[in-house]
Structures are given as C-alpha cells and as structure tokens.
Design a binder for this molecule. Structure first.
Ligand code: PDD
Length: 290
C-alpha cells in the first residue's frame, strides 16, 4: 500500500506517523473548525470559497487564522502532489495545546493544523438515477450551526438515526421548519420552483448550496430562499440533498413514503446536468475554480 501523506503543523508526514497531544483542545473540547473540499483530477472545486468559510468559522470561535487563503491553497496544492485523481481534502484547525484543561480560551497558544486526503466517494450511478431514502428527525443541535465546528456530536447522533434504518440522510426540523440534514443541505421543489432554507445560524451555509443557487440563476431555474414549513417538505414534488461529497442528489423516499413521483424529478435532472457541466469546466481549467 502506498503511504498516505498528510499535513501536520507545516510538515508533510505519513498519516500513521502523526501524533497529537491529549491536551489538544480539539481532543478535549472539540474546540476547532474544519472544511472538506472535493478535488477532481487535481482541481479543487471552489477551494477559495471553502477557505473563506473557514475564515468565517474561525472568526466566530475567536481563533486567529494561521494562514491566508492563498497560503492555504498553496498548502493543499503541495499535499495534492501526493494524491492524484478524485479526492476529498479534510482540513482541521484546533485551538492548539494549552498547558492544562480549562474551558477559558488560552492566550498565546498556536493552533493545530491538520490536513488529510481521502478518495472522493462520489454518489453511485444508482443513487443518481433512482435517488436515495431519507428520514426526518427533530433538529436537537445548538444554535450556531453556521460554524463548521469539529464538535459534531449532534450531527453524528442525527446521522446514525438514518444509518440505523439504511437511509442516506436524516433531514432535520426545528420548531416545525426545515433546517438541513445531518451532513448536507436540503432543497425542495414545489410547483416548478426550487426553494432553499434561509442562510441563517440554523444551517451550515454549504459551498454546494451557494453553487446550486448560482447554477439555478444561470440555468434560468426559479429559486426562492425562504423558511420551509414541515408541511411543504412533506408535500414537495422533489427534495434534493447537496454537499461537497454528495454533489446534488434526489431524495425519493422520506420516512418510507415516496417523494413526488418516487423518481428523481425533472428539475433535479436539470440541476444535476448543470452541476456536471460546471465540474467539467473546472476540470478543464485544471486549477482552482473561480
Ligand atoms: N458536510 N450541512 C452540514 C451539517 C454539513 O456537514 C455539510 C457538509 C453541508 C454541506 O456543505 P458543503 O456543500 O460546503 O459541503 C451542510 C461535509 C461534507 C462533511 O462534514 O463531511
């Protein structure tokens, strides 16, 4: 097996040679933020946007960014030299290693920077052509879901509910309104209009969400951003998931009941095609996507 090279605090090392202090605030408190960037044949899809979101997450948790966006992009390029093909890059920054465990944010501690690469698990042909099953659950997470925090226990427990019944995602409802899914954003289609939940603190504003909004405008699809009551989710003509690894996927059963016709709908097919065209252009340019 080839060595899996990862990045740790400025050094490239075999993944299995990296050791992290048990006092690291990421380990002790889940005190850190992260990003996942899809890479197609060496080209990052919206790399700059991912690092801009990392900056917003760091601002929210009062962590000083150890790198500029251009430096980050350079570090990922270096790492990708060891990982050709389609990959997903995982980037994590924690609040570092203080001398003792104390909730108060320590001063003068260097953040811990870690990046690793895994093969990109793109959706299967079956998932694209037939859609996937999802269940719903109450959104029991905190109120700062806009931060891409490594404290993911709420998301992990939510995701497990769908894993337990062999479904792809758990779609979350907070006080009767759709928020997102455990590791994806959610769109609904009603009467020919694509509807996305508001860009507020109750969802992670997905880089793919933003891309779909842009592609909808370019492809002349009608799209609204507004609150989505549970009843609208349950009576939707189409439901989609979006994320950096799922791209855009149709949800064809919700809590065991068919969504719309029970097959991926016409607007999903249009958006999926727009997405694939966009990806092909990025690949063609062979560099960081604009
Ligand atoms: N998850 N909402 C949540 C809670 C997520 O975890 C993710 C992504 C998204 C979609 O964001 P984006 O389009 O920027 O990937 C929405 C990543 C892929 C993960 O944690 O692995």
């Amino acid at each position: 097996m080839t060595t899996n090279i990862a990045h740790f605090n400025g050094q490239l090392l075999p993944l299995d040679k990296i050791t992290i202090s048990p006092l690291d605030r990421g380990f002790i408190f889940g005190d850190g933020v992260y990003e996942v960037i899809p890479v197609y044949e060496g080209a990052m899809l919206r790399g700059r946007e991912h690092f801009e979101r990392l900056q917003r997450s760091m601002d929210e948790i009062r962590l000083t960014n150890p790198h500029t966006t251009d430096e980050w992009l350079g570090l990922v390029e270096e790492l990708l030299k060891h990982h050709p093909g389609n990959q997903s890059v995982y980037i994590q920054v924690t609040r570092g290693v203080p001398p003792k465990r104390d909730h108060v944010i320590p001063k003068g501690v260097q953040p811990t920077v870690f990046m690793m690469v895994q093969p990109l698990a793109s959706p299967s042909r079956d998932a694209i052509e037939n859609g996937v099953a999802c269940i719903t659950a109450r959104d029991f997470r905190w109120e700062k879901c806009n931060i891409k925090s490594t404290s993911l226990l709420g998301n992990v427990l939510a995701r497990q509910l769908s894993a337990d019944v062999g479904a792809t995602e758990t779609i979350l409802l907070r006080e009767g309104m759709l928020t997102e899914a455990s590791a994806s954003n959610v769109f609904v289609v009603r009467d020919g209009v694509v509807v996305a939940p508001p860009r507020d603190n109750l969802i992670l504003l997905g880089i793919t969400y933003d891309l779909l909004v842009r592609l909808a405008a370019e492809g002349a699809l009608k799209l609204e951003i507004r609150a989505i009551p549970e009843a609208e989710l349950r009576s939707a003509d189409e439901i989609w998931l979006s994320s950096s690894t799922k791209e855009v996927l149709a949800v064809t059963t919700l809590d065991g009941k068919p969504v719309g016709s029970g097959k991926p709908g016409p607007l999903f097919k249009r958006m999926h095609a727009l997405f694939q065209e966009h990806k092909a252009q990025v690949l063609h340019r062979g560099k960081v996507a604009a």
